[in-house]
Design a protein around this ligand. Structure first.
Ligand code: WTA
Length: 670
């Protein structure tokens, strides 16, 4: 466990002096205003954006978080109308940033790179918006996206917002089954993808995954009308050298359309669709503890305000800075902090297609050096993976431009924090350990880089407008020091509004455990200095390399195998991934526990969910530890996974002998 006694690390003086928020007192003052007078606090920010229909101060902010008082809702700026792409592009161009670079695109191969200004980005967005319109896409329609880290991904998202379509981007590491489930759930008729992408030395044939997904959708009675495909492989350098990839992916006549065949001739102007503040902006699926993914829905005005404001203050972004977030666009971090937050601030960002390990293990540091990156945002799993290669490889590059470095996705262990701070940031750049969720839309806990001293491993304090509370099992508030369920007692503009097509599930999942509070599903501890330390999930969720997944999801895929009658999955600590999957399987009589079966199961999980979900250990478990009511005691399985025989009280188990048997049967390599 990280030590609360750990020393405080103070922000660099020069950074503090120039920061938007330069002291703890200033943070406290702004925070107080955001809580006591949200209309004034967010109203001042909102006025920096364009509203086609003005904000009605009577309807600025309304909510109910208490199920006993009626349905849960959360509305901001209701009645005002705007358009996100207009605010991100046209508004910035009017403010003189038309020739500013919005993105430096850095390809998988270091020979491949390009750039896009705000003016050009607007033209491309309008072109693609016109193409979508010509295919019949209208306001409110969902568009499913399965794309790599290329400029067309950003263009696609913004083109959707231009015409009021709701984008539903699915991480291009999900399997065709997972993609199909998500397309069907949101009833998307249009898919946007690329033929493929190189990730390091690996070629991912994205279009063929889409073909399989579309075939599965058709079996379920859902027909995708069009699949727009960016021809990407031909224009990039393959790992083997400079030759281009000429193998063109098969296209289905009438359904599939090459991006390059339709976009260049479309018009570069497209009048924006004015959207209501509470109109849906996008949905993004996140794992649910029942196994079925949840379509988290974000709306227009509140999300814009929150992504913009968190980006500005948490990264302390100034106009000449170059910002780089390594997250894939398929996750919420990519949505809020590769696309919406940076563009709302007229930022210049790096969009990186590759991996930290290609062509060498110093790629991240080389890219920071190349673009003189000032703000860098990545995940603890990446930091831990890169630490292994030592300091020398980092020192080869000039990283002195770094001012702020973020961490996201899982708790960062103090060892990785210190390495990041000392070796990468030269004890000069501030670290912001940002705690948040797909559901929260943007950062909710962090320290601000120029204002607050840091503690390695602690997320810190609430962002403006956010009111965290720790509750005990009985729902009683823990004041001062202590550990409990991390909940929030009021909404901020970026909090999700509902789960797509399932408001009941939204209310049950997030608001039923503790009436009056939004429940994160994470635990946290408050130390004597008021810092919050996120301790991890308290529900049946796993976090592998920052990818959230549910035990139920993996278990149901394992039991799809004809010889697996029951499965239980727990998280085991992993030095790089944070957590890895340790699976217990009970076999049917016909089943034999052997290498072939293990291989089949691993492949099956990869195919059904995605490569990131592949189990590290699969243990044979003739029986699982269950209570008399039949509930699997995962607490015990977690002990078996780490070979810790201090299992605690097992008196509620129906069969206590099971525990000894499980320890005895641990695979030798586990
Ligand atoms: C975990 C990612 C500790 C947490 C933005 C949360 C973190 C889940 C942190 C959401 C952090 C994220 N410290 N834990 N800084 N950031 N988490 O929806 O368990 O992919 O509930 O959003 O990641 O994951 P999601």
């Amino acid at each position: 466990m990280p030590s609360e006694q750990s020393p405080l690390f103070y922000p660099d003086l020069a950074l503090s002096k120039n920061a938007y928020v330069s002291s703890s007192a200033e943070y406290q003052q702004m925070y107080k205003k955001s809580i006591e007078n949200p209309e004034e606090f967010w109203g001042e920010i909102a006025r920096q954006f364009h509203w086609e229909t003005p904000i009605d101060s009577d309807k600025f902010f309304r909510y109910n978080f208490d199920l006993t008082k009626g349905p849960i809702f959360n509305k901001w700026l209701d009645g005002a109308t705007t358009n996100i792409s207009y605010n991100l592009l046209d508004r910035n161009i009017r403010n003189g940033h038309g020739d500013k670079i919005a993105y430096y695109w850095e390809g998988n191969h270091p020979d491949d790179y390009s750039r896009l200004t705000y003016k050009k980005l607007l033209e491309e967005v309008c072109r693609f918006a016109n193409v979508l319109k010509s295919l019949g896409v209208k306001k409110g329609d969902r568009v499913a996206i399965y794309m790599p880290m290329i400029l067309e991904a950003v263009i696609t998202l913004l083109a959707c917002t231009r015409i009021g379509a709701v984008h539903s981007l699915v991480f291009a590491g999900f399997s065709s089954d997972s993609f199909a489930e998500r397309i069907t759930d949101c009833e998307a008729r249009i898919i946007v993808t690329a033929d493929g992408v190189w990730r390091g030395e690996k070629l991912l044939q994205l279009k063929s995954i889409c073909d399989q997904a579309m075939a599965k959708c058709a079996q379920e009675g859902h027909n995708v009308q069009h699949c727009i495909v960016v021809s990407h492989l031909e224009r990039v350098t393959s790992p083997s050298g400079s030759q281009r990839h000429s193998n063109r992916t098969p296209m289905t006549e009438g359904r599939d359309i090459w991006w390059q065949d339709v976009v260049p001739q479309a018009s570069t102007s497209c009048y924006p669709e004015w959207m209501q503040a509470e109109d849906p902006l996008f949905m993004l699926y996140t794992s649910g503890s029942t196994g079925k993914p949840k379509g988290v829905l974000h709306t227009t005005a509140g999300y814009l305000l929150y992504a913009a404001t968190t980006f500005k203050y948490v990264f302390d972004y100034k106009l000449n800075d170059v910002y780089w977030c390594t997250a894939d666009i398929g996750w919420i971090t990519g949505h809020s902090y590769v696309v919406y937050g940076p563009l709302a601030n007229a930022a210049t960002s790096v969009l990186f297609e590759g991996t930290p390990f290609y062509p060498d293990n110093d790629r991240f540091w080389a890219v920071i050096d190349k673009y003189k990156v000032t703000q860098f945002y990545t995940a603890p799993t990446a930091i831990r993976a890169l630490m292994k290669f030592g300091e020398q490889i980092v020192k080869k590059h000039n990283l002195s431009t770094l001012k702020v470095m973020g961490s996201v996705g899982e708790p960062i262990n103090p060892e990785a924090w210190l390495w990041y701070y000392k070796v990468v940031g030269h004890e000069k750049a501030s670290i912001v350990d940002t705690f948040w969720q797909t559901e929260t839309g943007g950062h909710v806990l962090t320290t601000l880089p120029g204002a607050l001293p840091m503690k390695p491993g602690a997320a810190g304090f609430p962002f403006f407008g956010v009111q965290p509370v720790l509750l005990d099992e009985n729902g009683k508030e823990i004041k001062g020091e202590g550990e409990g369920y991390l909940v929030f007692s009021r909404p901020w503009p970026g909090l999700m509004r509902t789960l797509y097509g399932s408001h009941d599930r939204y209310e049950v999942t997030y608001f039923s455990k503790f009436p009056g509070y939004y429940c994160t599903g994470d635990g946290a501890r408050r130390d004597a200095d008021g810092y919050l330390w996120v301790t991890g999930r308290v529900d049946d969720m796993l976090n592998v390399s920052g990818h959230l997944m549910s035990t139920a999801e993996i278990e149901s895929v394992l039991t799809e195998h004809e010889h697996v009658s029951e499965a239980a999955v727990v998280a085991k600590p992993h030095p790089v991934k944070g957590e890895c999957l340790y699976c217990f399987i009970t076999l049917s009589e016909q089943g034999t526990y052997n290498e072939a079966l293990l291989k089949e199961l691993k492949t099956h999980v990869r195919e059904r969910i995605g490569p990131f979900a592949q189990p590290d250990v699969i243990q044979n478990a003739p029986a699982l530890p269950k209570t008399r009511s039949g509930k699997i005691m995962r607490r015990i399985l977690r002990k078996v996974a780490v070979n810790d025989r201090e299992v605690g009280d097992i008196s509620t188990l129906a069969e206590t002998g099971v525990v000894e048997q499980l320890f005895a049967m641990r695979p030798p390599n586990a």
